[in-house]
Ligand binder design. Sequence first.
Ligand SMILES: Nc1ncnc2c1ncn2[C@@H]1O[C@H](COP(=O)(O)OP(=O)(O)OP(=O)(O)O)[C@@H](O)[C@H]1O
Length: 473
Amino acid sequence: MLYKGGYSQHFFFRWLFNDAVSITRLFSVDGILTFTLRLEKTSEKIQKVYHWQSHNVKLSGVDDMVLLPKISEDSIVENLKKRYMDDYIFAPYENPPHIYALADDMYRNLLIDNENQCVIISGESGAGKTVAAKYIMSYIARISGGGSRVQHIKDVILESNPLLEAFGNAKTVRNNNSSRFGKYVEILFGSGGQPEGGRISNFLLEKSRVTTQNVGERNFHIFYQLCTGASDAMKSKYINFNFIIIIIIIIIIIIIIIHQDFGLAPLDYYHYLSYGGNHKVEGTNDAHDFQETLKAMNVMGMTDQEQTNIFQIVSGILHLGNVMFVEKGNYSEIQDINSISYPAFLFEVDQYHLKSKLTSRRFDSKWGAQSDTIDVTLNVEQALYTRNALAKGIYARLFDYLVKRVNGAMETNAPGYNIGILDIYGFEIFERNGFEQFCINFVNEKLQQIFIELTLKAEQVGFDSSVTFIYVF
Ligand SMILES: Nc1ncnc2c1ncn2[C@@H]1O[C@H](COP(=O)(O)OP(=O)(O)OP(=O)(O)O)[C@@H](O)[C@H]1O
């Protein structure tokens, strides 16, 4: 039995050892799994090495050379020799189930049988669904042919991953790069087996994350990427333009403000990023990832202006979260009127209009043939709810827009067959499960049901003639 690194294992070990915090080394040789656990007991940190011997394992070296304890010419040759002697050499079709073999099968079936193919990837959060989906996409991109136009389609398909992950993935307690939306990617192939286009359908974006997160989690990656990765020029435009407005409004503050660093807005400044408790994710470099996001946007053919507009919205949402309300009589008022100028500027809307939409709502009444429209003022709780609903609504539409843009970049009318890859976000149980988690858990249960149904049905068929049993399905 060979374990590969991953968060599921991380949690398994955590559960096993109760106080284990992280696995620093993990490798397996001849069935012996060796791992080093960093343990944390109160404030003291202890390094301990555990050896675990698995049973009934055919001793045939390691499947994956990177798992060798020491990578040298000798150890590689020794490993290959062992596998050769045991008739366990590397050959895709002789190996146990492998994601490339599955992708290869699908591709061949599509070409030989002229049939659409579909792979459903299911599993709990952190199991490796998204990584598997990406392996399938890159394998297909690698083995299918085509000229420069096809190469562009492949680039769009592959680059859609970092782009949508930036806006749709987040750190959760189980997975540092957890998909918080479901997606179904279809790759459309021409008669020669070359990708001609593609289409992505997105489901159930967890938009509640925009305004609040559980402890130990983060908002969507893009917020941190923009704040830490944007150039100074961009930062002053999206993040600190507020200062410019203040300069115009309050002359006295000019002296203070011109001495401030326009290029920096600490993440702590934003209310919408404050719930998780930690902005940093081990092994993630947000500034670097921001460059990947920009690169992906360029591959999609997004213009500078389009990118500017997108980041204006992202930044506007952050600033909107800093608009606070106070109770005045029976209704709410914006605590600091300057705070509304920033999001209004970034959303390119009139600030008085935005203020009125946050603190009141339009009420249509009808009696008989008569109708009337009145503005009803909101209390603080209602105003906060409205503010958050606006932030979530804008973000969800921005995400839909990005998916639409990706689809536009790989649109085709060419006839052909397609391979579909379904990657939804995994089953999870929180202390408080929101409606979105309920929906995703329900979908996961349904998928599991389909899986059981199909596999049991297949088993039943195999037994048909020889065994008498009660049909489950
Ligand atoms: N094949 C793999 N090889 C190495 N690491 C992997 C592999 N699969 C997954 N991982 C590790 O596990 C992490 C979680 O994987 P992934 O994001 O694919 O999980 P998921 O099932 O899609 O989770 P979620 O439902 O939360 O989106 C990855 O970031 C990666 O570190």
